[in-house]
Design a protein around this ligand. Structure first.
Ligand code: ATP
Ligand code: F6P
Ligand code: MG
Length: 463
């Protein structure tokens, strides 16, 4: 550990001129000496051998910050993903496994498919195992064999063909199992919690000195993983959310003083709500965990609803599930199996409060329809662009593991495929920054109140 309590094993920094820093990912050769290398089989693959400069140069890196000033330091860079001239595994010796953990997300099956097909068709690897039902499946379930034929059309289905779970991460039992099954490449698909688990597995594997590459593929429809441009499945979820918003709009416009209220996923981050609102243009108010709001008094939600209804005769409100949690009165805080806070139903609560408020006021008769498409936006197959994105992430992970990298996730940074060390994506969550331009664009599209000045005594929701 260094003086900041950061595990040095996780920090592989390379400094260069003009403030250049490479936050590199670990490599099997960092802790196993004299590993043999082999020519990359892609050299003789007809599909790839025609591509000029198909192999990624060892020195290629991708900057995290692309907007720079004349004299500003070049800053953090990540290793560029892609196939290397040399690989650290003989294809016939590879025994890979894939596991999916956490909540569902469009594209999970595509990632599974493309890891299997990438290993098989690009590298000639034939032994790929599927671990059923998340981390606990390593020690409590039998594995399944995955061939290109088994996965050929799974990308057309939502969910994960392997099953998933929360909780049940037991590092030693998992690594014992990896050792017992002679697995030497582990592909772990999941969100922030999963990648913390993946990092623990990598560290234990390294402690035991095993030649096992651990690669993470970040997944979460909430888009709450930092550093990467966005997570796969996010676009599909935003697109599906449009259907709920459209329905809310149709319901609201078909009656006098109609209100359509839609609750969307987003536990700590309101990206889905914000992008769905921006895409739709039918939304009058978007509430997210990062932006506190209040109901009563001047500048509050009730006042705004009354104003919009007087102006337009209808309105649509989108609320992210993690918004306003402090307002929803309930004393017992509960957690799921992974230790994530279980949220109170802010949508249901808001619909009751709004109805109650206008009934009490007796100035305006409203009709409110509450639509909760929560699971519908994540239990669907990926759209075309998420399918392509998931494919590239999976292929990059395969190239990285074959090249001997380990303890990394494959992620898109400024439009380029990269390898990012686990600690960079698990140390904090990505959130909507309400002082950034995107939130300002959203506010200017809805013209909603900023909720910046709650009257004294008003409860403000903070998250
Ligand atoms: N700090 C941690 N250390 C080790 N394992 C963890 C940690 N946090 C979570 N996990 C494990 O990771 C798995 C998934 O975690 P979690 O349920 O939080 O979902 P997630 O990966 O964050 O995905 P989602 O975006 O759906 O929340 C669980 O099996 C859990 O036990
Ligand atoms: O799958 P569960 O346990 O119902 O959890 C739902 C949570 O998972 C997510 O879909 C992803 O983290 C959140 O948006 C949501 O709060
Ligand atoms: Mg999570």
């Amino acid at each position: 550990m260094d003086s900041n309590g950061v595990d040095e094993q996780e920090m592989k920094l390379v400094q260069g001129a003009a403030g250049y820093v490479l936050e590199d990912v670990p490599h099997l050769s960092d802790y196993i000496l004299d590993l043999p290398t082999y020519p990359n089989p892609l050299q003789s693959n007809p599909a790839y051998s025609v591509v000029r400069q198909y192999f990624v140069d060892e020195d290629d890196t991708v900057p995290q910050k692309i907007v720079v000033h004349k004299d500003s330091p070049r800053g953090t860079h990540f290793r560029r993903a892609g196939p290397r001239q040399k690989v650290y595994f003989k294809p016939a010796d590879v025994r890979a496994c894939i596991v999916t953990c956490g909540g569902l997300c469009p594209g999970l099956n595509t990632v599974i498919r493309e890891i299997v097909c990438g290993l098989h068709y690009m590298y000639g690897v034939t032994e790929v195992l599927g671990v059923n039902c998340g981390f606990s499946g390593f020690y409590s379930k039998n594995t399944v064999t995955l061939t290109p034929k088994d996965v050929s059309d799974i990308h057309k289905r939502g969910g994960t063909m392997l099953g998933t779970s929360r909780g049940g991460h037991d590092t030693s039992k998992i690594v014992d199992n990896i050792q017992d099954r002679e697995i030497n490449q582990v592909y772990i698909i999941g969100g922030d919690g999963t990648q913390k688990g993946a990092s623990a597995i990598y560290k234990e594997i390294r402690r035991r000195g095993l030649k096992v590459a651990v690669a993470g593929i970040p997944k979460t429809i909430d888009n709450d993983i930092p550093v990467i441009d966005k997570s796969f499945g996010f676009d599909t979820a935003v697109e599906e959310a449009q259907r709920a918003i459209n329905a809310a709009h149709v319901e609201a416009t078909s009656v006098e003083n109609g209100i359509g209220l839609v609750k969307l996923m987003g536990r700590y981050s309101g990206f889905i709500a914000m992008y769905a609102t921006l895409a739709s243009r039918d939304v009058d108010c978007c509430l997210i965990p990062e932006s506190p709001f209040y109901l009563e008094g001047k500048g509050g939600l009730y006042e705004f609803i009354a104003k919009r209804l007087r102006e337009n005769g209808h309105m649509v409100i989108v609320v992210a599930e993690g918004a306003g949690q402090d307002l929803v009165a309930e004393s017992i805080e509960q957690q799921d199996a992974s230790g994530n806070k279980l949220l109170k139903d802010v949508g249901l609560w808001m619909s009751l409060k709004i109805k109650e408020h206008f009934a009490k006021q007796r100035k305006m008769d409203i009709t409110l329809k509450y639509i909760d498409p929560t699971y519908m936006i994540r239990a669907i197959p990926a759209n075309a662009s998420d399918n392509v994105y998931s494919t590239l992430l999976a292929q990059s992970a395969v190239h990285g593991a074959m090249a001997g990298y380990t303890g990394f996730i494959s992620g898109l940074v400024n439009g380029r495929q990269t390898y990012i060390p686990f600690n960079r994506i698990t140390e904090k969550q990505n959130k909507v920054v309400i002082t950034d331009r995107m939130w300002a664009r959203m506010l200017s599209s809805t013209n909603q109140p900023s909720f910046m000045n709650p009257p004294n005594g008003t409860t403000e929701a903070t998250c």
